[in-house]
Ligand binder design. Structure first.
Ligand SMILES: [Zn+2]
Length: 76
């Protein structure tokens, strides 16, 4: 299962809970709502990479995304 981490409200999101995207320094962040996205876009550094848990979740999301791509390719 692909999971995303909302860095503003610190919630873990499934893909259908993602309501907004924002790209900062070539990393794409997902948010549960546009309010979170707006807060993030005003001051991304405040929310990015300050603790191990965030880095862990991002790494997890990235490796899940790669696995997911592989599954899709071998689907048919
Ligand atoms: Zn949020």
């Amino acid at each position: 299962m692909v999971m995303y981490y909302d860095p503003v409200c610190k919630d873990v999101l499934t893909p259908d809970q993602v309501k907004a995207n924002f790209t900062h320094k070539e990393t794409s962040y997902k948010f549960c709502c546009e309010d979170c996205r707006d807060k993030f876009s005003q001051d991304p550094e405040k929310y990015v990479g300050r603790n191990w848990w965030q880095r862990f979740i991002y790494r997890l999301a990235e490796s899940n995304a790669e696995e997911f791509k592989g599954e899709k390719l071998s689907c048919h």
